[in-house]
Design a protein around this ligand. Sequence first.
Ligand SMILES: C[S@@+](CC[C@H](N)C(=O)[O-])C[C@H]1O[C@@H](n2cnc3c(N)ncnc32)[C@H](O)[C@@H]1O
Ligand code: SF4
Length: 381
Amino acid sequence: MSLSVYVHIPYCVKRCGYCDFNTYTPGELRQGSDSVASVAEGYIDALLDEIEIAREQTGEQAISTIFFGGGTPTLLPAKQLARVLNRLNERFGLTENCEITTEANPDSVDASSLKELREVGFNRISFGVQSVKPHVLAVLDRTHNSNRVGEVVNDARSAGFDSISVDLIYGTPSESVTDFSESLDFALSLPIDHLSAYALIVEEGTKFGAAVRRGEVVMPDDDESAEKYLLLDRKVSTAGFEWYELSNWSKAGHQCRHNEAYWLSADWWGFGAGAHSHLSGKRWWNIKHPKSYIESIKAGGSPAAASETLSQKDQAIEDLMLRIRMRSGIELNRFEKNQLTVLEDFYQRGLFLPDSWKSGRAVLSLEGRLLADQVVREVIS
Ligand SMILES: C[S@@+](CC[C@H](N)C(=O)[O-])C[C@H]1O[C@@H](n2cnc3c(N)ncnc32)[C@H](O)[C@@H]1O
Ligand code: SF4
């Protein structure tokens, strides 16, 4: 048995208007002019304590993937992140080819910090690039200048990362198809092995969500989103990347094994404020605010806020929703009779690949990928 580990670092310099992740700026934390690194010292101590709690509960299991996400993990010096990595290694042990990723904002790293991250053990890095067009970055409220992106990706390559990924967002109001095409061309001109591209989601309660509700910005229609997705798939395929999940493409051997573990419902422990965990069908999630999370751990309590155990039926629905998004697809014999009738209809409409279907698996065709949400909705209804 092996375990995947997520480590949440809930700090950002500034909140992007569209983002509702569990993250806090120094101002929100009311720590005056303290740097994020000093605010985070106590947080790292709490993470180390949670590692002790996890080790007691899981028993012996080597860790096969580790993912530091946020927030902005790279706001903290590599030395601080290394305290967590070292403790995980001491208490659990890492598999020989353990994938160790950190997310990074392009303006939160430079050549020397990237070298340090590599030296303390990170072997994969995922840059939040989103777009290279300044007017699109402005709508998204991003802090980075797109000129930095090429530099830091090349610096990461020089530092010796095994896999480098770039995240793009498409469908931002004001982004034309040509704008997106230019962002893609730029990303594909960099020495990367992996690309994630997500359609912008309008999240309730964000600054951006409020602007959409007030009609100040207008989201693109489905046809425009589909046009961008088709352009995306065509360009990345031509550049030698293969899709392995609806929003993820990689060169051979560079799939993100950590995300695959989520999608295949493997066991993972999420450390830190608001992080979610899943062990053998039981899930729980931690106290959301970093201050309360730290206090609870310091007082010898559990960091968990609540838990649930999925029924077999709910687990099957969730597996279906995740696996159908993957290139490996899902075995037809997992579906109930009425679900198969619905799928058969989609198959007749060309939404699944015939070769896979004939060998007993439902794998979405390109057209099917555009309608994945509808397929899932109708199959589980
Ligand atoms: C939460 S961020 C954390 C990493 C880093 N702070 C960054 O912004 O790149 C991870 C990814 O989620 C994306 N994301 C956050 N909110 C989103 C939304 N509403 N729609 C689509 N992608 C979103 C980000 O743009 C980013 O690429
Ligand atoms: S930098 Fe990343 S985590 Fe922070 S607010 Fe922006 S998208 Fe969210």
